[in-house]
Ligand binder design. Structure first.
Ligand code: AMP
Length: 242
C-alpha cells in the first residue's frame, strides 16, 4: 500500500463522530505518552505505534533482526541516545503501510528530531487522501517525570506497566495479570534518565516548536491524573479535527 493511503478517513465514524487520523503524542520521557496512547487506541480502535516498543521488540525477538545492527541499536537505547533517523524512518514507513492505520494511529515517540518531523511532513504532503497530522504535547514537571521513570516496572510477558509509587502491583513486584516477576527497563535508571532528558531538550524541543507553529497543535497538563489528562487530549483532538 502506498503511503498515499495512510490515515485516510473513511465513511466509518468513531463513537465520537470523528475519524481520528494521524495523532502525534509529544513529551519528555516519562510524560505518559504510552499510557495516553493506549487509552486513545482503545477508545478509537486505532493502533498505537510506539517506536520505543518497536525497537524493544528486538530484545524480545532477537531472531527477527540482523544481530550486529540490532545490538548497536539496543546499546544506543540503553545509553539514552537516539537511534539514527534513517533507521527510524525505515521502521516507521514499514509500520505505517500496514492496513490497520487507515482510520488513523497514535504515534508515540516519533518524530524525536527536527529532521524526522520534516521527513514526516514530506510523507504526509505526498499522501493523497490523508488527514492532516494533529500534535499534542504532554507537559510534565521534572519531579513528575523522575518519579514515573525511576518507579516504572514492566512485565516482560504481557508488557503491562506498573509504577512502584503510583500504581503498584497487588503482589509486590509480580504482574497482576500473569504473576511474572516485574523488571525495570535498562534505560529507566536515574543516570540514563538524565541523559534522555538532555537529549529530549536538545533534539525534541525543536520538534514541539515545529508543530506549535501549525494550526493543529495543543499542549496539555500531564501532571494531572491520567484520566484528566486523557480528557484534555480527547477534547483537543475533537476540536482540532473539526
Ligand atoms: P521510548 O520508549 O519512547 O522512551 O524510547 C526508548 C528509546 O528508543 C529512546 O531513548 C531512543 O534510544 C529510542 N527511540 C525511540 N524512538 C526514537 C526515535 N523516534 N528516534 C530515535 N530514537 C528513538
Amino acid at each position: 500500500m502506498p503511503v498515499a493511503e495512510m490515515g485516510t478517513g473513511t465513511a466509518t465514524s468513531t463513537r465520537k463522530g470523528i475519524v481520528p487520523g494521524p495523532i502525534l503524542l509529544l513529551g519528555a520521557p516519562g510524560a505518559g505518552k504510552g499510557t495516553q496512547a493506549k487509552i486513545l487506541m482503545a477508545d478509537w480502535s486505532i493502533p498505537q505505534i510506539s517506536t520505543g516498543d518497536l525497537l524493544r521488540d528486538m530484545r524480545r525477538h532477537p531472531e527477527k533482526n540482523i544481530t550486529s545492527v540490532g545490538h548497536q541499536i539496543l546499546e544506543m537505547m540503553d545509553a539514552g541516545h537516539l537511534v539514527p533517523d534513517e533507521m527510524m524512518q525505515e521502521i516507521i514507513l514499514d509500520r505505517l503501510r500496514q492496513q490497520d492505520t487507515k482510520r488513523g494511529y497514535v504515534l508515540d515517540g516519533f518524530p524525536r528530531t527536527l529532521s524526522q518531523a520534516e521527513w514526516l511532513d514530506e510523507q504526509m504532503a505526498e499522501a493523497i487522501k490523508t488527514l492532516p497530522v494533529i500534535a499534542v504535547s504532554i507537559r510534565v514537571s521534572y519531579t513528575g517525570l523522575l518519579r514515573r521513570i525511576i518507579g516504572r516496572r514492566y512485565c516482560p510477558t504481557c508488557a503491562r506497566i506498573f509504577n512502584i509509587y503510583s500504581h503498584s502491583p497487588e503482589q509486590e513486584i509480580h504482574c497482576d495479570a500473569d504473576g511474572t516477576a516485574l523488571t525495570q527497563r535498562p534505560d529507566d535508571t536515574e543516570e540514563v534518565f538524565t541523559e534522555r532528558l538532555r537529549t529530549y531538550e536538545e533534539m525534541t524541543t525543536p520538534v514541539v516548536a515545529h508543530y506549535h507553529a501549525t494550526t493543529r497543535f495543543a499542549e496539555v497538563n500531564g501532571d494531572l491524573p491520567a484520566e484528566e489528562t486523557n480528557r484534555a487530549i480527547i477534547d483537543a483532538i475533537v476540536r482540532l479535527r473539526n
